[in-house]
Design a protein around this ligand. Structure first.
Ligand code: GTR
Length: 327
């Protein structure tokens, strides 16, 4: 009897000690897909530094860059489930989980990056954040990911007919597969890390991304025609597991939020500079860039993509309209 009591007391003490430890010092792990020196990588490291500083070391974050903890769709699940606490995610692969967040993946929905940030900073952003939070992911701040354009290894793209018959890699999201199909191409959803090899060996003919990712991945070496379609302007989040965030004290919540906002400010500054240097770098190395004089036919071809999204989510029509009417 006494022995039993002693054992359970020791057990209880251990539990209390562990709980005390967890409350006084949390160690988080964060996921990022990008390489060293990429704006997001630098900004996530800054976030980690600021979190430690602003919480007096009570919360520390170890960042894992370069997608070493797995591909993006898997990492999103890990953060939702709490196996990881933090991630820098593109909203593209979040869309299939949270329909509100998928609105940003409708091709040509944003006029430009400034329009996207005006939406995110208003009612539209609140609605998107709410949809994500309901799925276990809280966006603490928004990162810039510029505009995505098509690239391939054979020719400049000027009209949808140039995409016809092309096998094009897309991120995992049916809206992107629909987008390529409507242009007459064959969509090939694939993880980011596999795209270089797929382009090189001809498993796909082309892909689409912003200047910094086109450059940092080396895709420009194996797909030398970059055509400025700018069909997608997708924001990224600095996201946290909802339960982890909701369990924080008010002071820690504020510290983490502030750190995320400062990290995003840095990311956007670095992003603007990197877009220019990446473009210059690839053009200097021989990439052929072309503007698309008339994007109208690309936009017109997207009507069925919008219809599919809206018929699956009729309650989100006001959100689409809000974005389209935001100046
Ligand atoms: C990049 C983005 C990554 C990832 C990648 C992709 O621009 O920053 O998070 O989404 O594109 O195409 O998979």
């Amino acid at each position: 009897m006494y022995e039993k009591l002693k054992t359970s007391l020791i057990g209880a003490a251990a539990v209390l000690a562990l709980a005390g430890h967890a409350a006084s010092a949390a160690e988080w792990r964060g996921w990022n897909i990008h390489v060293e020196g990429y704006p997001n990588t630098v900004a996530m490291d800054k976030f980690a530094e600021l979190v430690a500083e602003k919480t007096g070391g009570e919360i520390t974050l170890q960042m894992f860059h370069g997608g070493t903890l797995g591909n993006q769709p898997d990492a999103i699940e890990q953060v939702r489930l709490g196996a990881l606490e933090i991630g820098n995610f593109n909203l593209g692969p979040i869309g299939p989980i949270a329909a509100e967040a998928n609105v940003v993946s409708l091709p040509f929905i944003f006029k430009d990056v400034a329009h996207m940030f005006r939406v995110l900073n208003g009612e539209g952003g609140a609605k998107i954040a709410e949809g994500m939070a309901a799925k276990g992911l809280i966006p603490l701040s928004w990162y810039d990911a510029g505009a995505r354009s098509f690239y391939n290894g054979t020719k400049p793209i000027n009209a949808p007919a140039d995409v016809a018959g092309m096998k094009v890699r897309v991120m995992n999201n049916d809206l992107y597969s629909g987008m390529i199909s409507e242009l007459g191409g064959n969509p090939s959803p694939m993880a980011f890390a596999e795209v270089y090899q797929a382009l090189k060996t001809g498993v796909v003919d082309g892909a689409e991304n912003n200047w910094p990712s086109y450059e940092s991945t080396g895709h420009f070496e194996v797909a030398g025609y970059y055509s400025l379609s700018q069909h997608l302007i997708i924001p990224e989040c600095l996201c946290i597991n909802a339960d982890v965030y909701n369990a924080l004290s008010d002071a820690h919540k504020a510290a983490v939020k502030e750190a995320a906002v400062e990290s995003a400010e840095l990311q956007r500054e670095l992003w603007t500079a990197r877009e220019a240097t990446s473009r210059k770098m690839v053009e200097d190395s021989g990439v052929v860039t072309n503007e698309i004089a008339d994007k109208g036919p690309f936009q017109a071809a997207m009507a069925p993509v919008y219809e599919t999204y809206l018929s699956a989510n009729p309650e989100l029509r006001p959100l689409v309209e809000l974005i389209q009417t935001t100046n």
